[in-house]
Ligand binder design. Sequence first.
Ligand code: FE2
Length: 168
Amino acid sequence: MNYQRMMIKDLQDLYQAESEQGRQLPQLASRANNGALRAALEQHAAETQQQALRLRQMLERIGETPGGEGEVPSGVRGLISETFQKAEQVQDPDIRDLVLIAAAQKMEHYEIACYGTARAMAHTAGMDEAARLLQTSPDEEESTDKRLTDIAMPIHKQAAQREPAFAQ
Ligand SMILES: [Fe+2]
């Protein structure tokens, strides 16, 4: 695999990751107890569909199919299925919300890392417009990440306070 193929494969993987996340986020949102969390996950689901569209257009513009081998990266698939399993096992709604937040934040960080590599490659290849577009989505991921941290903090406190031996 040469440099150009690596870049295209990375963009295809990212497209698959965003598409899968866009499909699964509404399901994760429906399991949230906290209203602000549900709203944040639903809003990010809509944003994620735009992110996938951005990648699709970028790939089509350079004459590539967005689907690649049609595979969702196994790390993404694993993270999502693990989250559904955990959320299923948890009885406490606050703890379940924290499981959902942790998963969503892992996903955002995964994507931010992938966009960083893709952006560096596009920049190096002189694809300035693509490099610029590859900055928009991780900016959105970062603001979702911050919003989720803000939502999580009071839930952490609430959950810990119910376990006095554990809470400080
Ligand atoms: Fe995303």
